[in-house]
Structures are given as C-alpha cells and as structure tokens.
Design a protein around this ligand. Structure first.
Ligand code: ADP
Length: 496
C-alpha cells in the first residue's frame, strides 16, 4: 500500500491540508479561510479556536476528493504563520485572549519602552532580531498586561504560551505535548540563537515567566501521535513543525550554504541558507534559524519586502486597470519597455536597508505617451527592483555572490516578471515543479523523521525544476534601469 505525507499549512488567510506523494506531487488539497479581527485600527487578531476548528475541518475534508485512505498517511507535518501569539489555560484548553497576529501593532508601545532603555544591541546580539512588535515577545507581554487575573494563574502554572505550531501540536497530540521548533522559537525575540536556550536575561527584561514557554525541539522528529478522534481513528505521528518561510526554504531544497529562495506573495521573503554561520547583518536583515535537524542548526539570513503582490492588488482594486493579477502579464507585454515610468509602491514605509516608515509611494516619469500598460509594467518591475535591493544587501552581509535564485509564491507564476527578474539580477531564476513549496517543506521534514525518505539525497533527487529563466539583458541596460530605480527611491525619501 502506497504511503503519503500530509501537511497542515496554517497561514494568515487560510488553513490548508495537503497530501503529497513520495515525489512531492500534490494528491489532495483542502482549504478553509480564517477571519482576521481588528478590534482597533492597529490591532490584528484571530480566534485560536477558529484556527483549530479550521485545522480539524481540513484534516477531514482533504480525504473527500481522493481515494487515499487516512491509514495511508505516513506522518503529519505542521507549517505555520510565524510570530502569531497565543496564551491558553492548560486545564480548560481555552485561550485567555485572541491570537495576536504577526502584523498587529498593538504592542508597539512596549517596543518603544525597550528602545528607550537602549536594549536594541543586546536583543539583536542574542536573538538576531531588531526590536519590533512583529515578533512574539511584546505580544506575550501585551496579553499579560491586558488580561485580568493572569498573573495569579501563571504563578499557579496554569498558563501556556505558544506560536501557532505549538498551539496546534498541543491540541492535536494525544499527550498534549508543549513543544515549539527552533525556527519558530527564533521568531519570539526571547530565544538565544547562539546558546539555543530561552534567554534568562531577556525574560527578565520583559518580565516574562519561563514556566509558560514550550520546550524547543528539532523541526523534524516524532513529537507525538495525532489524537485518533481528529483523524478517523488513525494514530499517525506528527513529525515536523517549521515556520512558513523556513519551510519554503526547505521545500526548495536549499540545503547548501548560499542557497537562496524568494517567495513572491503579498510581500516578498528572501531567505539565504548560511548553514552554521550566524551572520550579523549590518543592513537591517534578520538573522534567524532555518531549522534544527538531529540537534544541528542551519541558520538563515532573511530580508523582506513589504509590498510586492499587494502592489498588483492596488492596480486591481484602487486604480482598477486590471481585472485580476494574472492579467498583468498580458498587459505588460503589450509595451516593449516601461517607457521611462517607475512605480515605487511604498504604501507602508521602506524596509531593509532604509527602515523609514514615513516614505510614501510615487509614480514617476509619466509623459503624454504613458499608458496603463506602462504603469502595470512598472509595477511588476518594482517587485524585481526591490528584490535586487535585498540581494545586494545579502551579498554584502553574507560576503557571498548570489549566482541563482529559486522562486515560489503566487506572483512567481508571472513569466514577464520572472524574466525581468532574471535580467535585472543577471542570474538564473529557477521555478520548482511543485508549486506548494511551503507545505512540501513541512512534509519532507516529517518524512525525514519517520525514515519515509532514506536520506537527504532522496529528497534532492525528487526535487525538479519546471522552468529556468536565463538573463538576456546587457550590463549597460541593467545599470541604466537600476540607477533610475534608485533615483526614484531617493526622490520618494525626500518627499516626506
Ligand atoms: P500570500 O501567500 O501572501 O497570500 P500568494 O503566494 O497566494 O500570496 O500570492 C498572491 C499574491 O501574488 C497577490 O498579492 C497577487 O496580487 C499576486 N499575484 C498572483 N498571481 C500573480 C500574477 N500572475 N502576476 C502578478 N502577481 C500575481
């Protein structure tokens, strides 16, 4: 009887269950949307029980459209939206507050206090992270400050903290194990990525008690078995947990030092595997843990672009010059170049290396000859230019030369964008055969833990590229276009 791997992919907008075969091919997929709650403008929250219910739903429904039987599942992997924070009562299983989602800014004031006390350097040295409400630590503190009677319950050992991986494992496992993996721990701003321990000094600074924290374990191991109540009476090992971007890095088979992937979604996330090298970024990149396997850690350097696919959504929803995202490809190819038009889509400030939250976007270089198609083309090009900006910093910080880029995510389906990306970077762009690299990464890690795969080599042998984009632009043209982009950015930075 053939065996398969199942991933629970718990993302910000939806939860999915995907079944893969040994070659990494998708055999079945089920999805359920998750609501975002915004009780106040800068707050983004979700109901942890809705997250859990959505997982239970997709675990059942994924078998509806396939003849694969639940007993044919070798193991289950979990990949998750990162940093999102949940505290719950371990006696009742009830959350003490909503999940505070990674995007939420409600703990900004706690970050300001930490910055005013000059804790930036110590936090960066220990965790690899800048002080930001994006990470879990200040979200935990926020919940502790806003829920009445929590201190007493914490003192009585009644409360647990977890990111979404931990919340799901605790709820789904037979023995309610309270674990997180290294990749998720490294996003909390409490985990010392050098000592590989929760950091006592940071816990003290933030006044966060150690007894609520999960045990930090490998990203690939049998943690426990799924409660048969949730899985058609089958007891299957839960054998991987990993944050979504790190999962994509694994799913793209980026196992070697210098392997780089970019996920083109709402924003873009670039991750470079730096193996055992903990690179201290001088330019605002994040140092993070890629995964831990057999107690061995791979580190990564991460750069993010806030606005990528969401600039395409802006064309559709605000300017209304396209009906859907895919149409950008056809429309942009109707013009031979950008016609001198540059679109800087900085709707929510500039990230690495500028870190300027006040910069607004702009459309530059318009003439009487400019058409919608030029603006559409300029929008796609902006995604590629921003990626080049980050890769330039990665090369500086990691002292390496990037020679190829692996891509995934919704906007990587755009051939014009990918060709332009290859041109402007002057390197090969590789698109894998499996579209769902994030879910695949978690599945592969689960399969490694159960010996479903013999070794890494078997995974590498299964990894195939569906398309390679080769650079076709000469250096002069690249420089001319890229310098104009830089000029456009500088112009925006002055217009504050
Ligand atoms: P996320 O996981 O962040 O929700 P996805 O990987 O599903 O993102 O990608 C969706 C994003 O990619 C949307 O912002 C959408 O505008 C953009 N997108 C999807 N398809 C295309 C395309 N063919 N060309 C350009 N952008 C696209």
């Amino acid at each position: 009887m053939n065996k398969y791997l199942l991933t629970i992919d718990q993302g910000t907008t939806s939860t999915r269950a995907i079944i893969f075969d040994k070659k990494g091919k998708i055999k079945a997929l089920s999805s359920k949307e998750i609501k975002c709650l915004t009780p106040q403008p800068s707050y983004v929250e979700q109901d942890p029980l809705e997250i859990l219910a959505s997982v239970k739903y997709v675990l059942k429904s994924v078998f509806n459209n396939t003849n694969i039987n639940p007993s044919q599942i070798d193991s289950i992997g979990i990949t998750n939206q990162r940093e999102t924070t949940i505290l719950w009562d371990k006696n009742t299983g009830k959350p003490v507050y909503n999940a505070i989602v990674w995007q939420s800014k409600q703990s900004n004031y706690i970050c300001e206090e930490l910055i005013n006390k000059n804790y930036q350097q110590i936090i960066k040295d220990k965790t690899g992270l800048p002080i930001d409400s994006y990470f879990s630590a200040t979200k935990i503190k926020w919940i502790m400050e806003h829920v009445d009677g929590l201190d007493k319950k914490i003192a009585n050992n009644e409360i647990l903290f977890g990111t979404v991986d931990t919340w799901l494992l605790w709820n789904l496992s037979i023995n309610k194990v309270h674990y997180t993996d290294y990749s998720n721990a490294s996003r909390t701003m409490l985990f010392n990525i050098k000592d590989l321990q929760w950091d006592d000094e940071l816990l003290k600074i933030l006044n966060i008690p150690r007894n609520i924290l999960p045990k930090v374990v490998d990203s690939s191991m049998i943690y426990d078995y799924i409660n048969p109540d949730f899985f058609f009476d089958n007891k299957i090992p839960i054998a991987s947990m990993i944050g979504d971007q790190q999962a994509a890095l694994f799913g793209q088979a980026c196992f070697n030092k210098g392997d780089l992937k970019n996920t083109y979604g709402t924003g873009c996330f670039l991750l470079l595997n730096t193996k055992d090298n903990i690179v201290d970024s001088k330019n605002g990149l994040i140092t993070t843990i890629a995964w831990g396997i057999n107690n061995k850690i791979d580190y990564a350097l991460e750069g993010s672009i806030f606005v990528a696919g969401s600039a395409v959504q802006f064309l559709r929803d605000n300017l209304k010059i396209i009906y859907n995202a895919a149409q950008t490809e056809e429309k942009a190819s109707l013009v031979k170049d950008n016609g001198g038009v540059y679109f800087v889509p900085t709707f929510s400030g500039l990230g690495s290396p500028y870190w300027n939250m006040d910069v607004k976007g702009a459309l530059l270089g318009i003439t009487r000859a400019t058409t919608n198609n030029h603006i559409i083309r300029a929008t796609l090009e902006a995604i590629a230019y921003q990626t080049k900006d980050i890769i330039n910093i990665i090369e500086k910080d990691a002292k390496c030369k990037v020679t190829k880029l692996k891509v995934d995510g919704g906007a990587s389906e755009n051939k014009l964008l990918m060709q332009f990306q290859s041109d402007i970077l002057n390197i090969d762009i590789e698109q894998p055969s499996t579209y769902e690299t994030t879910a695949l990464g978690a599945a592969l890690l689960a399969g490694l833990a159960t010996s479903y795969f013999k070794d890494y080599q078997e995974i590498i042998d299964n990894y195939t590229i569906s398309k390679t984009y080769k650079p076709q632009m000469n250096k002069e043209e690249i420089d001319k276009l890229y310098q104009k982009w830089k000029l456009a950015l500088e112009t925006c930075m002055k217009f504050i």
